[in-house]
Design a protein around this ligand. Structure first.
Ligand code: C2E
Ligand code: MG
Ligand code: MG
Ligand code: MG
Length: 288
């Protein structure tokens, strides 16, 4: 579409881009008071051990319910928070709330929390986390931080130092969305990591695309050789589970097993000893 710019000149105008930019500006503005207004909550998605079929962890996922717009897409919310310098305060709220909740879970259930780059590079991060852990009585060994390959874009000596400090405190580190970013085998070799989370783009193609299955197999082999464990993200079907089990993947997470849920629903899930039909079926087909 074209329109006059007021000075008599004709200008092309992209309404869609304009709408998107306006929405972002609006969200950025609305995000400013969201923490104080109590508009955030957390959802927890269980992570299961493939060997035992039991829940071994939960990932905390931020949820923002805007009073007028309703639930905002989390990716969009995080991206606006990162670009507008709000991720550190929001991230600190997430860490505190999640650590508080996880302190009430069984010892066998670990807490995973996603961290943005700006949080990771903050020199105070480790102390802030340790304070929160001791306040709520959660052992550091029950906490896992999920970082993406974006940390590799930075000076590696710095990155390595931060990772070592967190791990020295007993906190585990997982590399999230592995395979979608700037993955480099050199980083895997030199950085202290505990777990690789295989991105759902790979997991979901594992049964239909032999090349993808080969890549997943290779990722699992590399992780094992480097003494890291693996988690497959975004498992949506039983057939994917069967392949992941055969390939020796350690843990799984996805809608086929359990969707992200409110803290109360998770508490019921944890105490009810609820079995997951897809996992039972996958272990049955493995035994046959
Ligand atoms: P992520 O860390 O990779 O989290 C997994 C995302 O995949 C979640 O989306 C989850 O709801 C979704 N998911 C889980 N199972 C399935 C499945 O079987 N199929 C499909 N299609 N999706 C599945 P969500 O909650 O919208 O979060 C999106 C991203 O936002 C997260 O990706 C993470 O990068 C970021 N994020 C979420 N919470 C936080 C937070 O507290 N802090 C930071 N820095 N980032 C966060
Ligand atoms: Mg994650
Ligand atoms: Mg992920
Ligand atoms: Mg992600």
């Amino acid at each position: 579409a074209a329109k006059f710019d007021g000075k008599g000149r004709f200008r092309f105008f992209d309404y869609e881009m304009d709408t998107r930019a306006r929405r972002r500006l609006f969200l950025e503005h609305e995000l400013r008071g969201a923490l104080q207004r109590g508009e955030f909550h957390l959802a927890y998605q269980p992570i299961f051990s493939l060997a035992t079929g039991r829940i071994c962890g939960c990932e905390a996922l931020l949820r923002w319910r805007h009073p007028r717009l309703g639930l905002i897409d989390t990716q969009e919310c995080i991206s606006v928070a990162e670009d507008s310098g709000q991720i550190e305060s929001i991230g600190e709220w997430v860490l505190n709330a999640a650590i508080r909740d996880a302190a009430g879970w069984p010892d066998s259930v670990r807490l995973s929390v996603n961290l943005s780059l700006a949080q990771f590079i903050n020199p105070a991060l480790c102390d802030t986390i340790l304070t929160s852990l001791s306040e709520h009585g959660l052992p550091a060994t029950r906490l896992e931080l999920e970082l993406t390959e974006s940390i590799f874009l930075r000076d590696t000596t710095d990155t390595e130092g931060h990772l070592r400090a967190l791990r020295a405190a007993g906190i585990r580190i997982a590399l999230d969305d592995f395979g979608t970013g700037y993955s480099s085998l050199a980083y895997l070799r030199s950085l202290p990591l505990d777990r690789i989370k295989i991105d759902r783009a790979f997991v979901q193609a594992i049964t239909t695309h032999p090349e993808t299955a080969a890549i997943v197999r290779a990722i699992i082999a590399i992780a094992k050789a480097l003494d890291m464990d693996t988690c497959a993200e975004g498992v949506e079907g039983g057939a994917q589970l069967t392949v992941l089990r055969a390939e020796g993947c350690d843990t799984v997470q996805g809608f086929a097993l359990a969707e992200p849920m409110a803290p109360a629903a998770l508490a019921a899930f944890l105490t009810g000893n609820i079995t997951v039909p897809a996992l039972v079926a996958a272990s049955r087909s493995a035994a046959e």
